[in-house]
Write a protein that binds this ligand. Structure first.
Ligand code: NAD
Length: 304
């Protein structure tokens, strides 16, 4: 959103929840499950970034039925709202995930890799949504672009990710715990690089295409702990038994996005973690000031 606003694009958000980080964009409150509300919100837009979802795999595991409604029916509603607005050509950019490769046997995957039958419900909902996008594109000529995001990190990250968890523990002087020998790797993509990729995907070449948008470096869990140790505090790293079936890692190629869109992630992992840390500290300082203000005003109310 920031990247679009900076470029002078008028942004409208449709969500059930008020945006927390910006108040200078248009906001329509509603649910994806309400087709009429969605149609109203679409109004005169040229592009929809369809990102709304139950995006935390743990939530999907705990609420499969609800998650399916948001992640799959929600996507059809977006596509259907666009199909019904025949007078306007609206591009749908769908935020998918590199998790769709989770059941592909190859160690290195790209957009041509065949997807295996999904073992996780989250992946099942994302693959189903991708298929609906493709079917709407073929049957009704709704222009779509599917972007498979890697694991984003950086300022405003959700607290449950591995980087935020390690940073909090290190700031508290607690040890960082690794399952197994910590050699499992993941690719991480810095949030602003990912945002840039989303904007680049608006180019005409990206119509009716699928792109991976993932980081270039493979970072092991041990490297994350070491980076956090270096930037925050030199806390102990503890090893626990490996988790059975823990996914050791798969290399996702984003070469197509580089070739066709000119997208290449720029921010190295250590720098991105540093930027997250700066944001985290600034937020903590702001919260402290706010608490002190509330405390003072309650005290003076009690005294009066
Ligand atoms: N975060 C990741 O690690 C990651 C990785 C790859 C892909 N993705 C995909 O990117 C997208 C965004 O992920 P995120 O991490 O920013 O998720 P998020 O949970 O931060 O944001 C999802 C948003 O969807 C909204 N939403 C949920 N149900 C809704 C409904 N019925 N109607 C309207 N809005 C609704 C929520 O209020 C929330 O603001 C998702 O589609 C996710 O699957 C995320």
């Amino acid at each position: 959103m920031d990247t679009l606003v900076e470029r002078g694009v008028r942004v409208r958000i449709f969500d059930m929840v008020l945006p927390t980080f910006r108040s200078d964009v248009e906001f329509y409150q509603g649910s994806l499950l309400d087709l009429e509300a969605l149609q109203m919100a679409i109004g005169d837009v040229d592009v929809i970034y369809h990102l709304a979802a139950v995006a935390d795999v743990k939530d999907v595991y705990e609420q499969p039925h609800y998650s399916e409604s948001i992640n799959v029916r929600g996507t059809i509603n977006v596509l259907e709202a666009v199909r019904q607005r025949r007078s306007r050509r609206v591009r749908v950019v769908y935020g998918s995930t590199t998790w769709v490769y989770g059941d592909t046997p190859a160690d290195v995957v790209d957009e041509d890799s065949a997807l295996g039958a999904p073992s996780h419900l989250y992946t099942a909902t994302k693959i189903a949504s991708e298929y609906y996008c493709q079917a709407y594109s073929k049957l009704y000529e709704v222009p779509v672009t599917i972007l498979r995001y890697g694991i984003p990190y950086g300022p405003r990250s959700r607290d449950g990710g591995v980087v935020p968890i390690f940073v909090r523990r290190a700031l508290n002087g607690e040890p960082l715990t690794l399952a197994g020998d910590g050699s499992q790797f993941r690719q991480f993509v810095y949030v602003e690089d990912l945002a840039e990729g989303n904007v680049m995907a608006l180019q005409p070449v990206a119509e009716n295409k699928v792109y991976n948008l993932d980081g270039r470096e493979c970072i092991t869990i041990k490297q994350i702990a070491e980076t956090v140790g270096k930037l925050v505090a030199d806390v102990k790293i503890e090893y626990t038994a490996a988790r059975p079936g823990d996914f050791s890692g798969k290399r996702v190629s984003s070469a197509l996005a580089e070739r066709e869109l000119g997208w290449r992630p720029k921010v190295p992992f250590e720098e991105g973690v540093g930027r997250y840390l700066d944001w985290f500290r600034a937020r903590a300082a702001r919260n402290e000031t706010e608490w002190a203000r509330v405390h003072d005003s309650l005290k003076s109310e009690a005294g009066s």
